[in-house]
Design a protein around this ligand. Structure first.
Ligand code: ADP
Ligand code: MG
Length: 723
């Protein structure tokens, strides 16, 4: 074996930019594609469109000036000729490509004006016995100033000096028909010439399968370990006493759906255990998650414990507050709303009541709970709209907050998640942390402070595959049925040319006592432009409808203003609400039965579905008009077709996954893109399933292997590049 390569600080910094901090990271820095320098193509046989390597003698070389300064050379071998063209070139290159020189060139061939040519081929001077490469040449993802040859050299050195030990038991590899780790890694870095280039490019080769499996397995292991670690900790036993819960169920103006009963039973059972619940309540928009959360809260309260309910926005927090107040006041329970618009003194007072235990249920945004809120006896934390936050952050920051009775760590994670952009570096940091953590956990005892139960709620209808991958660290309850008596929302696609008709439709609806939303276009490039458009739309509609009361709500209003507008709309003082997508999440105004979504072609499927979920909440037939502008891109057309044809959030999510892949489905920020470098959840569903089962098996029967595997993938190593 050779010795580890020495690396300059400048190169170290560049490697770090690629997420390579440890020498072993080099092994897992896998090629994007390959160049075939293992043989020479006779020039006479090459065709336009092929990428080939040719060798010959320069028989002509000149600098042309039209249309641009260009170096043009003719390369001839025994049977054919080909032109090489360079738009930017150095004198040294010109010298290298002088008439009479023997050159090996690799590049894509195309049909030029008169003959076949290569533009900017990779060239080098050779003589008759310069050997050919023995394997395909890997092309690695890289960063500015870090050339392929150096990267290759470092990787080859890592391959020669580091052990490529197998982390997985033989029996497992055989049963799953997986290739060995060492052979897979070697093959991907230096594939032999006979390796099928297609299977490498498509990442379907057995070596790729092994690597993708390993990556998915590491992800599953890490989440399982977090889950099992948490479940070893102690939480208060909150038994079902059916004191408040039964009274609320009786007092409701509706009967719980079967799905609501079932999910509440699951939660109720978890709460009665002495280890913390970590459950996700998943249900489409309008499926009635709030009442289930309220019942969970009451079960905690019955046992003398406090509950925190956190929502991502002030509007949502207020809605929860209003609804829960209606439900809980008759039981003698007064929830506290930690509004952002509370005066300092009132906030202080609220905090005191929470600290003393007088307040049993506190509702607010995650941000508010961050500020110095200490609970006397927190038994349950409910986090609404879990999907707004990244799983990655949930994992990485989970165990940071251990203050007694403080808001549970996840809320902190959520907060952080929003202020952090996920870079590759951050990701590695995350991985390192979580793996240190998980490895410790295989080894021995964990922190044993008492922590509250956790209930997460999400309306992101994610397909099963994704759910399994993303929520492997949570138990999941699904509300898979809508309350009865809902008339499905009718969706219409209307081209912008018929905007006037749509406006008349809004007028007519509002004149007969209905209420309507007008959702303003999304403008990706500029928030300012978006705000401006919202204000203009509002002014325009207000002028168009002098007989109606029209309101405007957007993200730049302060909390009190927002709450004021929403309250007025809810009280039917406003008939028409012009809104940006701030209303996307959770807003519940049953009397609103018409929604116009302006420039619907700009919105994503999940967003459209969430927005549409704001109507169809009352008895009246609801209508959602998707106003679109031509010409439609193919993607926009596909999206509108799906949203038009389906009302089922899960079906829509499945389609969404097919349309754009998993990254965007969960929102760019929290996507698994950073989490998975090689595997692709939509394409590698079978591997994900295998990895899930294997994770269980390893943790049960081969904890050593699980640890070794995590260490390899989670960068929890001691082989720093610079030591
Ligand atoms: P989401 O799951 O989107 O949070 P909500 O909890 O806001 O849904 O419920 C949507 C609406 O349905 C609310 O007005 C709620 O009061 C009502 N609702 C909830 N459960 C039922 C039920 N079993 N029968 C009738 N209406 C219900
Ligand atoms: Mg909700």
């Amino acid at each position: 074996m050779s010795t580890p390569a020495k690396i300059s600080p400048v190169t170290l910094a560049k490697l770090a930019r690629l997420g390579i901090h440890h020498r072993a990271d080099l092994l897992l820095h896998l090629p994007l594609r390959y160049e075939d320098e293992t043989h020479l193509a006779p020039i006479a046989a090459v065709q336009a469109g092929e990428t080939v390597q040719v060798q010959g003698t320069i028989t002509h070389s000149e600098v042309a000036f039209r249309p641009r300064r260009t170096l043009v050379c003719r390369l001839e071998d025994n049977g054919g000729e080909l032109y090489l063209r360079f738009l930017n070139f150095y004198p040294s290159q010109q010298k290298q490509l002088a008439v009479g020189k023997q050159i090996r060139a690799i590049g894509e061939v195309r049909m030029g004006h008169y003959a076949l040519e290569m533009v900017h081929p990779k060239c080098r001077a050779v003589d008759d016995d310069t050997p050919l490469q023995q394997s395909l040449t890997p092309v690695y993802p890289t960063t500015a100033g870090l050339a392929q040859p150096l990267l290759r050299k470092l990787i080859v050195n890592a391959l020669e000096t580091l052990p490529l030990s197998e982390t997985l038991p033989d029996a497992l590899l055989q049963r799953l028909k997986l290739a060995g780790f060492a052979e897979s890694i070697r093959l991907l870095h230096c594939p032999s010439p006979e390796t099928s280039a297609d299977s490498l490019e498509e990442r379907s080769h057995a070596a790729w399968r092994r690597i993708k499996f390993d990556e998915l397995l590491a992800q599953q292991l890490s989440m399982r370990l977090h889950h099992s670690e948490r479940s070893k900790r102690i939480a208060p036993k909150l038994a079902a006493r059916e004191k408040f819960t039964a009274r609320l169920i009786k007092a409701l103006p509706f009967r719980l759906t079967r799905a609501q009963q079932r999910t509440f039973a699951e939660i109720s059972r978890d709460l009665a255990q002495s280890h913390p619940m970590q459950r996700l309540l998943l249900g489409d928009v309008g499926s009635g998650k709030t009442i289930v959360a309220a019942l969970a809260a009451l079960q905690a309260i019955e046992n003398g414990y406090q509950v925190a309910l956190m929502a991502p926005t002030e509007i949502l927090a207020e809605q929860h507050y209003l609804k829960l107040r209606d439900w809980l006041e008759p039981l003698g329970i007064e929830p506290a709303w930690l509004s952002g618009s509370l005066k300092k003194k009132d906030k202080q007072l609220a905090a005191e009541h929470i600290a003393s235990g007088e307040t049993l249920l506190a509702i607010g945004t995650h941000a508010l709970f961050q500020q110095q809120i200490n609970f006397h006896k927190l038994g349950l934390a409910i986090v609404d709209e879990q999907h707004k936050f990244g799983v990655q952050q949930r994992l990485s920051l989970r165990n940071k907050g251990k203050g007694k009775g403080m808001v549970p760590e996840s809320s902190r994670a959520h907060q952080d998640a929003r202020s952090r952009a996920v870079s590759a570096e951050a990701y590695l940091e995350d991985r390192r942390e979580s793996s240190e953590h998980t490895t410790k956990q295989i080894d021995g005892p964990v922190d044993s402070g008492i922590i509250p139960h956790q209930l997460m709620m999400s309306a992101t209808p994610i397909p099963r595959t994704l759910a399994m991958s993303y929520y492997a660290d949570l138990d999941v309850s699904v509300i898979d049925e809508l309350p009865p008596g809902r008339t499905p929302v009718i969706t219409k696609l209307v081209s912008d040319e018929r905007r006037d008709e749509v406006i008349e439709r809004v007028r007519a609806a509002c004149m007969v006592g209905q209420q309507a939303y007008w959702v303003c276009p999304l403008i990706d490039e500029s928030e300012i432009l978006q705000l401006q458009t919202a204000i203009e739309t509002y002014e325009m509609l207000r002028a168009t409808f002098p007989e109606l009361n029209t309101g405007l709500v957007h993200g730049k209003l302060d909390n009190a203003e927002k709450a004021g507008v929403m309250a007025a709309f809810k009280a039917n003082e406003l008939q028409l609400l012009v809104a940006t997508t701030v209303i996307e999440v959770g807003v519940d105004v049953p009397n609103a039965s018409l929604m116009v979504i302006d420039h619907a072609e700009r919105m994503g499927l999940a967003q459209l579905h969430q927005l549409r979920g704001r109507v169809g909440r009352g008895a009246a037939q609801s209508l959602c008009i998707l106003l679109y502008q031509r010409p439609l891109s193919e993607l926009a057309r596909a999206r509108l077709k799906i949203i038009f044809e389906s009302n089922d959030g899960f079906a829509i999510a499945q389609q969404d996954l097919l349309l754009r892949g998993p990254g965007e489905l969960l929102g760019a920020r929290q996507s698994g893109v950073a989490m998975l470098r090689f595997a692709d959840i939509s394409a590698d569903e079978d591997l994900l399933n295998l990895a899930r089962q294997a994770a269980d098996e390893l943790l049960r029967d081969f904890p050593e292997a699980a640890r070794a595997h995590l260490q390899r993938w989670m960068a929890n190593r001691h082989d720093y590049l610079h030591v």
